[in-house]
Design a binder for this molecule. Structure first.
Ligand code: NAI
Ligand code: MG
Length: 501
C-alpha cells in the first residue's frame, strides 16, 4: 500500500503498521475511500511525509453510519450481555497494553510529543480508561419512582431505564489523539452505542491502529467505524447525517459552535469539549519552588497544546518577580527536540498551521506592548518548534490574555487581592479549568467556589482521571465527560409507567 522510506528510530511494529495504514474502517473491513483521494500524514519534527491516508468524505461517512446503524440494531451487539461488553473492552485494554510501545512511537511520530509522555500519559492513560469504562457496562441503572397523580384508588409502578443513545459520531482533535478517541469510544461502547470516529487530519495513526485492535478484540463489525479525513468534509458530513443520534466533539470553540448549530437541525444530542484560557493563581503564601514548577508544567506540558493549559498566570504581587523569574528560567532551560530523542524535553507543535498561529500570537503580544521575558521565537528552521515563551506587561483586554493560543506561551500578571483575582480569573469567555496555589485552606475554598470553571485544581494542575467529570462552563463546552457523567452523555432516560391497580 504505502511506499515507505524506513524511519530509523521507529520500531519494527510501528514501521510495519505504516506500510499497511491508509484505509478506512467500515463495517469491520479496511476499505479505500470512495473517491480514492488521499492526504499526507506529516512528522512535525522533520516536516517530512510519514505516509498517505484515505481522505474520507460524505459517501464514506454515509457507509460508516449505515454500518453503525445496522450494528446497533443487530442482536450480536444490542442484545449482548453487559458482562460480554465488559469482557470485550477489557480484552481491548489488554491488547493496547500489549502493543503499548508501538502505539507510543506512532503517537510521538505523528503528533510530535515526547515518546516518554506518550507512553505514560497517552497510552497507559488509554489502557486505564478502557478498563475503568469497562466496569460501567455492568453498572448502568435506573430508579423506581413513586407516582402521586391519578384517580383515587389507582396505583402505579414507575421506573426509569437508561438505554444507549444509538449511533454516535465522534470528532476528536490532535493534541492527545489516542486518548481523545478513547474518551469518546469507551463510554459509548460500555453503554452499547455504536460509533463513527473521525480523527483529526493531523494525527490519525493511533486511531487506525486502535481500529485494528478493536477488530482483534472481537467487537462485532460496524460497532466501531473510523473515517479519516478533513473537518470540512468528513467531519461536516458526520455532523449533518440524519441517522446519527449524537455528536461528541472535542476541538476549537469556533468549530464547536458550528457543530452545535448543525446538530440542532435534527435535534441530535451533542456534547462539546472546547477551548480554554485557564488561570493559574499563585497566592503570596505559596511555596515558590512548587508554584514555579507547577506553573511551568501547566503551560509547557505537551508544548502547550492542552485544552486546560494554564495560559494565564496570576501571581500575588509580593511573589510576582520571583515566580516569573523562575518560570522564565524553566522556559529557557527546556531542550527542544524530536519526540523520539530521549534528551528532548519538549517536542514541536503539531503542524505548520499551528506553529504559524502560535508565532502570530507572539508577534501580537509584542505589538500590544508585552515583553517576552523568555522565548518569543521559532526554534531552528526545520520542524515546527516554538520556544517556550513567557510574556509580561499585557493588560486584561490584550489578545494574548483573551484568546486561546494552544502553544507554549503564558502571560504572567500580578494581582493584589482575593476579590480582584476572582473577578480577573472569571474575566474570560472560557471556563474549562483553573488552578490555585496556596497553603491557606480557607483561601483555597473561597477561590474554588468563586472560579467559574469545570475543574479547579489546588496545588496541582492537569490532573485528569477516568473517574473525574471533565468539561467546561461558558464557551468551553456543553456536558461532562468521564465518570458517571459520561454514562449519562451516551444514554437516554426512558420513563416506564405501569398501572397496577
Ligand atoms: P478544529 O476544531 O478545527 O479541529 C478539531 C477537529 O474538528 C478535527 O478532527 C477537525 O477535522 C474537526 N473539524 C474541523 N472543522 C470541522 C467542521 N466544520 N465540521 C466538523 N468537524 C470539523 O481545531 P484546529 O483547526 O485543529 O485548531 C484550531 C484551534 O482550536 C487551536 O489553535 C486550539 O486553540 C483549538 N483546539 C482546541 C482543542 C481542545 O482540546 N480544546 C483541540 C484542538 C484545537
Ligand atoms: Mg480548524
Amino acid at each position: 500500500m504505502n511506499e515507505m522510506t524506513k524511519i530509523s528510530h521507529l520500531g519494527e511494529a510501528a514501521q510495519a503498521f505504516l506500510s499497511r495504514a491508509g484505509k478506512l474502517l467500515i463495517d469491520g473491513q479496511w476499505v479505500a475511500s470512495a473517491s480514492g483521494k488521499t492526504f499526507d500524514a506529516i512528522d512535525p519534527a522533520t516536516e517530512s511525509v510519514i505516509c498517505q491516508l484515505a481522505a474520507g468524505e460524505k459517501e464514506d461517512v454515509d457507509r460508516a453510519v449505515k454500518a453503525a446503524r445496522r450494528a446497533f440494531d443487530d442482536s450480536a451487539w444490542s442484545r449482548m450481555r453487559p458482562v460480554e461488553r465488559e469482557r470485550l473492552m477489557l480484552k481491548l485494554a489488554d491488547l493496547i497494553e500489549h502493543n503499548a510501545e508501538e502505539l507510543a512511537q506512532l503517537e510521538s511520530l505523528d503528533n510530535g510529543k515526547l515518546v516518554f509522555f506518550a507512553r505514560i500519559v497517552d497510552v497507559q492513560g488509554t489502557v486505564d480508561f478502557f478498563r475503568y469504562m469497562a466496569g460501567w457496562a455492568t453498572k448502568i441503572e435506573g430508579k423506581t419512582l413513586d407516582v402521586s397523580l391519578g384517580m383515587p384508588g389507582e396505583e402505579y409502578q414507575a421506573y426509569t431505564l437508561r438505554q444507549p443513545v444509538g449511533v454516535v459520531g465522534q470528532i476528536v482533535p490532535w493534541n492527545f489523539p489516542l486518548a481523545m478517541a478513547t474518551w469518546k469510544l469507551a463510554p459509548a461502547l460500555a453503554v452499547g452505542c455504536t460509533c463513527v470516529l473521525k480523527p483529526a487530519e493531523q494525527t490519525s495513526l493511533t486511531a487506525l491502529r486502535l481500529g485494528e485492535l478493536i477488530l482483534e478484540a472481537g467487537f462485532p463489525p460496524g460497532v466501531v467505524n473510523i473515517v479519516t479525513g478533513f473537518g470540512e468534509t468528513a467531519g461536516a458530513a458526520l455532523t449533518e447525517h440524519p441517522d446519527v443520534d449524537k455528536i461528541a466533539f472535542t476541538g476549537s470553540t469556533e468549530v464547536g459552535k458550528l457543530i452545535g448549530k448543525t446538530a440542532m437541525n435534527s435535534l441530535k444530542r451533542v456534547s462539546l469539549e472546547l477551548g480554554g484560557k485557564s488561570p493559574v493563581i499563585v497566592a503570596a503564601d505559596a511555596d515558590v519552588e512548587t508554584a514555579v514548577a507547577g506553573a511551568a508544567n501547566a503551560i509547557f506540558f505537551n508544548s502547550g497544546q492542552v485544552c486546560t493549559a494554564g495560559s494565564r498566570l496570576y501571581v500575588e504581587h509580593k511573589l510576582f518577580d520571583k515566580v516569573v523569574e523562575g518560570v522564565a528560567n524553566v522556559a529557557k532551560s527546556i531542550k527542544l527536540g524530536a519526540g523520539h530523542d530521549p534528551s528532548s524535553q519538549m517536542g514541536p507543535v503539531v503542524s505548520q498551521e499551528q506553529m504559524d498561529r502560535v508565532l502570530g500570537y507572539i508577534e501580537k503580544g509584542r505589538a500590544e506592548g508585552g515583553e517576552a521575558v523568555a522565548g518569543g521565537a521559532r526554534h531552528g528552521n526545520q520542524g515546527y518548534f516554538v520556544q517556550p515563551t513567557v510574556f509580561t506587561g499585557l493588560g486584561s483586554d490584550s489578545t494574548l490574555i483573551r484568546e486561546e493560543i494552544f502553544g507554549p506561551v503564558v502571560v504572567a500578571t500580578p494581582y493584589k487581592s482575593v476579590d480582584e483575582i476572582a473577578a480577573e480569573a472569571n474575566n474570560t469567555t472560557y471556563g474549562l479549568a483553573a488552578s490555585v496555589w496556596t497553603n491557606n485552606l480557607s483561601l483555597a475554598h473561597r477561590l474554588t467556589r468563586r472560579i467559574k470553571a469545570g475543574t479547579v485544581w489546588v496545588n496541582t494542575h492537569n490532573v485528569v482521571d477516568p473517574n473525574l467529570p471533565f468539561g467546561g462552563m461558558k464557551q468551553s463546552g456543553i456536558g461532562r465527560e468521564n465518570g458517571a457523567a459520561a454514562i449519562e452523555l451516551y444514554t437516554e432516560l426512558k420513563t416506564v409507567v405501569m398501572k397496577v391497580g
